[in-house]
Design a protein. Structure first.
Lengths: 389, 476
């Protein structure tokens, strides 16, 4: 929908500023606001900008688009908004971005992201044929019709060195389960979640239709994703293009196969662990319990919560493709560094994540903050791989 | 936007990224949720230290540029709208709780500390303060205190500004001064017995300087809560007969409740989320809902307090007053701070919420509420009236609230008219407007002692000869 479609909506914002803090801890909730401070980076300000554009008081400029894109689309503001506007906040953000795209005003980093996805099927300009390289030397094979599920890895899991390890760890668990599964390897392409979040609807439609066609051709009705971003888009956006699949994020699937005994947790892990909720698993899809249940099922783990958790979790700053575009940069106020300090303050020795984008963002921040000796970041798949048979 | 000379000077004080003159930034600081006319600043500046504020004020003075502080952007009453342009000074990053003194029971906060932030910290320590009722927890705490706002414990502790123990102020010339006992002592425990210069900031709407630290009383937090509720089963034309107003005075004089508040029928329906237009009021519903909220440290104390209030209410009912008990289960469950009040702005399709609040003798609520109903009726708006009695006195907050649709010019115009009419009603009832918009100040000064306004102007002229501090407010 275009911004014009929200002409009768944007005034619903109460201008109360409640989008700035989470309503339980009263700690800041908006990663963009924390980083850039001016009101235009909060939802309140964006509603004023949208209204100003619609009513002709403001005219579109590159600077406005720049402000519009300095948001991770984490949805924290929607959790805090007390009025009817809450259901429209992310839609208005999306419409502002769509219009930025249509007016060719997107920041260069975002434009590069689109071009790379279009040309390479991934944002990293990596060759398509290398997409399955991470699985070389493992027993993980290409998906075949009749397999019980498709393991959809996504761009970061396929190309990022650190995320490759997570992809392998999860693949290893799946192999141990004895279930039949496969990956798409070089046939896999970007799921498009970030393209959609960045407002390139045309490119997103192409990606969605291409993926849907591919999944349907292979008969891959059941899909397990490594990334919450892919999970979100396949679950919530692909149905708009006719793609209806039984899709799970891996923590949901892991919880099930642990429960039915396909995976046997046989070792203890004596550690204090805190868990970071990924936005596209938590706020977007309300899955807060599965990862915690998995962690609690491991003997020796003391699960402690950060002050901001579940629906009030604080984004790592990687959402909305910022893990690639890096529009937030790295300063003391960058979201990942704030989040690392919060994790560190729990006294945990392990920060558990369930998203390769979060891993990338938080590991970088961990190094800058200098907590590497005291705090280790592990994906839940890596933790389970280490304690299971 | 090109960086002009002033921009560069501002940037040299607060650093790159903390100044903007982009039109879209300025737009964000030009308005609030009320019908006060928007007005753009020329610059927006984020300050993070007292020294930066001093330097900014000195620059503003040298260049004769207005400077208008803002905190949580939940502003109402147009008080942070830069009506003469200049610098919007965003202080929300100055959010440290400087001290919580558990030996002398006070807290010192920076201007960016929010209502919820302080309450969360105090709760951990077994303390609380009287929290502003209308704003969300994300709103700044300081403005509600220095502007004589009402708190949820007003029945026990009085108006919020009475809880202030000291302040640190950047004067309009950039000098830093402490007000209250902290000017002499290292403790921020009280504003007396020295001359009480806190009067130079309280109610001045940011026209005399920028408060950079505020000391307030904190109190042990009781663990038990209860409430009793009653309705006034009266008529729209005579919602609160004098007998019922005198009954409220009896409740207040008992000095048992931490809060004694009332809402008009319409206000309660709006609070339930009902949209405009409301259905006719059922005959069995009261015109006004009242509740007395009590807190206690032990169950026994709670029981005794409740019994005292129940006896007063029972006597009132038995004497033939048109009163009956109402359910207050919901009220007991509500935890402060609450977002409850913000829902009101959805009533007429969204976004806007204007209000005129006053401190008015309770005995004059009889006349006041009747006339407020007439004003709302005249413009086809749901009468939305809120009442609260302050500690130990027989006066309290009488407030008219006007939810409106921010995209509907007719709504906006009607609310502006209602606001002006409400000002007259309040002043006719012997009341005083708090957080008064300029048009309300104009009416107050017109009706009041001319030497009062003269003195205000002389003080302002002495402190702020270049008229840089939030000009246009208080008609100064």
């Amino acid at each position: 929908m275009s911004l014009e479609d929200y002409r009768e909506i944007v005034h619903l914002c109460r201008l109360c500023g409640n989008c700035r803090q989470c309503g339980t801890t009263y700690l800041p909730c908006c990663p963009a606001g924390e980083r850039f401070a001016l009101d235009e980076y909060y939802s309140r300000g964006k509603s004023i900008i949208a209204k100003g554009l619609l009513e002709g008081r403001l005219i579109w400029t590159y600077s406005i688009a720049n402000a519009v894109y300095r948001c991770t689309m984490c949805g924290a503001c929607t959790e805090q908004c007390p009025v009817d506007y809450k259901d429209y906040i992310l839609k208005v953000f999306g419409a502002l971005r769509e219009e930025s795209v249509e007016r060719s005003l997107v920041p260069p980093e975002v434009r590069n992201f689109f071009e790379n996805i279009q040309n390479f099927g991934n944002p990293f300009k990596e060759p398509r044929k290398e997409r399955g390289r991470w699985a070389d030397g493992t027993q993980i094979r290409q998906y075949e019709p009749g397999d019980e599920f498709l393991y959809y890895v996504g761009c970061i899991g396929s190309y990022d060195t650190r995320a490759n390890k997570i992809a392998k760890a999860l693949g290893d668990i799946f192999l141990r389960s004895g279930l039949s599964f496969g990956i798409l390897g070089s046939e896999e392409t970007c799921d498009g979640n970030e393209v959609n979040m960045l407002g390139e609807k045309g490119l997103f439609e192409l990606l969605a239709k291409e993926n849907i066609k591919k999944f349907e051709k292979l008969g891959a009705n059941k899909i397990v994703t490594l990334s919450p971003h892919a999970y979100n888009t396949i679950k919530n956006e692909y149905p708009h293009y006719g793609g209806k699949f039984e899709v799970k994020h891996y923590v949901q699937f892991l919880k099930e196969i642990i429960w039915i005994g396909k995976i046997n947790i046989s070792k203890a892990l004596h550690a204090r662990v805190t868990y970071h909720d990924p936005c596209f698993l938590g706020r977007y899809n309300e899955e807060y319990d599965a990862p915690r249940e998995i962690l609690r099922s491991i003997e020796g783990i003391e699960l402690v919560e950060m002050e901001r958790n579940r629906e009030n979790s604080f984004c790592c700053g990687g959402g909305g493709a910022n893990f690639y575009t890096d529009l937030f940069g790295s300063t003391e106020d960058s979201p990942a560094r704030i989040r690392i300090r919060e994790a560190y303050s729990t006294g945990a020795s392990i920060l558990a994540v369930a998203c390769p984008a979060c891993m990338t963002m938080l590991e970088d921040a961990l190094k800058v903050e200098g907590f590497e000796k005291e705090l280790k970041i592990m994906d839940i798949s890596e933790i389970v791989e280490g304690v299971s048979q | 936007m090109p960086k002009d000379r002033i921009y560069s000077l501002l940037e040299s004080i607060v650093g790159t990224g903390n100044v903007s003159n982009e039109p879209y930034t300025l737009e964000c600081y030009a308005c609030d949720s009320t019908t006060n006319l928007p007005s753009l600043p020329n610059y927006v500046v984020i300050a993070t230290t007292v020294e930066q504020i001093q330097a900014l004020v000195r620059l503003a003075n040298k260049e004769k540029i207005p400077i208008v502080p803002a905190v949580g952007m939940s502003n109402t009453g147009g008080l942070a709208i830069p009506v003469e342009g200049g610098i919007s000074l965003d202080l929300h990053k100055m959010d440290k709780i400087v001290e919580i003194n558990e030996d002398i029971d006070y807290a010192i906060v920076e201007p960016g500390v929010t209502i919820g932030q302080l309450d969360t910290e105090l709760k951990k320590r077994g303390y609380w303060v009287s929290l502003p009722v209308g704003p969300p927890g994300s709103a700044g705490l300081l403005p509600g205190y220095i502007l004589h706002g009402y708190g949820h414990l007003g029945g026990k502790f009085g108006i919020n500004s009475e809880q202030i123990t000291g302040a640190e102020l950047v004067l309009p010339d950039g000098e830093l001064v402490r007000l209250g006992g902290c000017a002499i002592s290292s403790y921020w425990f009280h504003r007396t017995p020295i001359p009480d210069l806190l009067g130079l900031i309280l109610g001045w709407q940011g026209t005399t300087g920028i408060v950079t630290k505020l000391g307030i009383n904190i109190y042990p937090r009781p663990g038990f809560k209860d409430a009793i509720g009653w309705g006034a089963f009266t008529s729209h034309n005579e919602p609160l007969p004098e007998t019922c107003a005198r009954f409220l005075i009896k409740i207040a004089r008992a000095e048992v409740a931490h809060d004694i508040s009332g809402h008009s029928w319409g206000a309660v329906q709006i609070g339930k989320g009902l949209k405009y237009p409301l259905p006719p009021k059922p005959k069995e519903d009261p015109e006004l809902y009242f509740a007395a909220t009590i807190y206690a440290f032990t169950e026994e104390e709670l029981t005794v307090k409740k019994k005292i209030l129940e006896n007063i209410v029972k006597k009132g009912i038995d004497s033939g007053l048109p009163l009956a008990y109402t359910d207050v289960t919901g009220r007991i469950k509500v935890e402060m701070p609450t977002k409850y009040a913000l829902k009101y702005s959805d009533h007429r399709g969204g976004g806007g919420l204007d209000y005129i609040g006053s401190i008015t003798p309770v005995i004059n609520w009889t006349q006041g509420i009747k006339r407020l109903n007439e004003v709302f009726d005249k413009y086809g708006f749901t009468p939305y009236i809120r009442l609260s009695i302050y500690r130990g006195t027989l006066q309290g907050m009488m407030r008219a609230l006007m939810p409106y649709n921010r995209s509907d010019e007719k709504d906006i115009e009607a609310v502006r008219k209602i606001a002006r009419d409400v000002v007259h009603v309040i002043l006719d009832c012997g009341g005083l407007i708090y957080k008064a918009p300029s048009f309300a100040c104009e009416e107050m000064w017109k009706r009041g002692d001319p030497n009062f306004f003269k003195l205000l102007k002389e003080i302002k002229q002495t402190l702020d000869p270049n008229r840089i501090m939030n000009p246009g407010r208080l008609c100064l």
